[in-house]
Ligand binder design. Structure first.
Ligand SMILES: Cc1cc2nc3c(=O)[nH]c(=O)nc-3n(C[C@H](O)[C@H](O)[C@H](O)COP(=O)(O)OP(=O)(O)OC[C@H]3O[C@@H](n4cnc5c(N)ncnc54)[C@H](O)[C@@H]3O)c2cc1C
Length: 393
């Protein structure tokens, strides 16, 4: 059984019910936590389950596009007071080391997930949300117009479940979601690796360094640290005996800029944070009456740099529909249809552009050529950046 926070009753023994909740949220990343804050401060009894124990590190480049600034502040986190690095320039290097420099409009800011998720968890609790960390949801069943959520330690009944369990979860496998059944291809089977480092980098710049079948982002976060995070194929790792260090030396170091960064920076973790089996394939936004949020609804490729903003924005859209349903202004069917419609209107074309760019990058020769040519056409670069970003919400 997990850690309980802000809960009046002890969890019941297995197979009995933990009273009820207006909404159960599965997964306490950005989507799940922001939804819990919005719901609990509007007076709905909200229970969130997170399988890890806060605070914890997560594979993520930790660059948030500016579109989310006001929303996060409105949730109750005073970003202005944190003196976070503001990032307004982009450098992209090709595997051969040639590079381009461009302004990043509207840009973003850097903040670690270790800090941000924990702060949002605290705000959710202050607003009355009941949070169980270190507690994994094992299944969600829809029955007679309501749900039973099973977790390690008990079950809970609720009329609404929001699934915000990220890129890949035990529940994706349990529900045999479509993207899990696809064969390994160009849009799935990626791995992510993250370090926090210290070194001599520019504070207002996010750098994206390409290498064979992958790219590595570096940008500043809080406490004079930088986040170094890369995405590559599982094949690259396998060809290097599944050894991360060996892969870095044999593949990433071929880009001379990356070799210099890895050799000259101080690495703050004893081992990197890693994740495997990442898929950018299409997903459904509602599964068996459960609203899917954030990466669980569809994941944009990290090189577009705004998966976190999409996770936050999807929570806002879900909240408005859940509220109308709980207040009996719309039916369950209307809630689901409206959510899917609004989600697609907001994110579908961004995801397609992301998939297109993902297919382009990583191919060594094409990327080398692309960087050499595209730097003479800044308006195309600006257009690509615009198409993968949204407006403030
Ligand atoms: C290599 C890489 C780099 C990236 N860089 C950036 C970047 O720089 N900027 C950006 O905006 N985006 C970036 N992203 C994307 C970004 O990390 C995600 O889009 C974002 O974290 C999605 O938030 P979420 O709330 O949907 O999921 P998450 O933050 O992943 O949260 C899901 C949570 O659900 C929990 N969970 C899973 N299963 C269960 C269960 N059964 N029961 C209970 N809890 C469960 C997990 O432990 C997790 O904490 C990057 C992604 C990758 C892979």
């Amino acid at each position: 059984m997990g850690n309980k926070t802000n809960i009046q009753n002890d969890l019941p023994s297995s197979n009995s019910f933990l009273n009820t909740a207006d909404v159960v949220v599965v997964g306490g990343g950005l989507a799940g936590l922001s939804l819990s804050i919005l719901l609990s401060r509007s007076g709905y009894k909200t229970v969130l389950f997170e399988k890890e124990k806060y605070p914890f590190h997560k594979v993520c480049g930790e660059y948030i596009s500016m579109e989310s600034w006001n929303f996060i502040e409105d949730l109750g986190l005073n970003l202005s007071r944190l003196h976070l690095p503001i990032i307004q320039k982009l450098i992209v290097s090709a595997p051969d080391g040639s590079f381009l420099n461009t302004p990043l409009d509207p840009g973003g800011f850097g903040i670690s997930r270790f800090f941000l998720d924990n702060e949002l968890k605290n705000i959710a609790i202050e607003n009355g949300a009941i949070i169980y960390d270190d507690t994994k949801v094992s299944d969600v069943l829809f029955k007679e117009d309501g749900f039973i959520v099973a977790f390690n330690g008990g079950r809970i009944a609720t009329p609404v479940v929001a699934a915000a369990f990220g890129k890949r979860s035990n529940l994706d496998a349990r529900w045999k979601r479509n993207f899990m059944l696809r064969k390994p291809g160009k849009l799935n089977n990626y791995i992510g690796v993250k370090y926090h480092i210290k070194g001599n980098f520019s504070e207002d710049t996010i750098a994206l360094h390409n290498f064979k079948d992958g790219y590595c982002g570096i940008s500043k976060i809080e406490n004079e640290c930088y986040c170094l995070c890369y995405l590559t194929t599982a094949k690259n790792l396998k060809e290097n005996n599944n050894l991360i260090k060996k892969m870095e030396q044999n593949v990433l170091y071929k880009n001379p800029i990356l070799k210099k960064i890895f050799s000259e920076s101080s690495f703050l973790f004893s081992a990197p944070v890693t994740i495997s089996q990442i898929s950018f394939d299409k997903k459904m936004q509602v599964e068996n009456h459960i609203l899917m949020l954030g990466d669980a609804a569809g994941m944009i490729t990290p090189l577009c740099g705004n998966g976190m903003s999409m996770a936050l924005h999807s929570a806002k859209i879900a909240f408005e529909n859940i509220q109308s349903f709980l207040d009996k202004k719309i039916s369950r069917d209307e809630m689901e249809k409206q959510y899917v419609h609004q989600w697609q209107r907001q994110f579908a074309s961004r995801l397609s552009t992301g998939r297109f760019i993902q297919k382009l990058f990583g191919r060594e020769l094409i990327t080398n050529l692309f960087i050499k040519i595209i730097k003479y056409f800044p308006f195309i670069i600006r257009k690509m950046i615009r198409q993968t970003h949204g407006k403030q919400f």
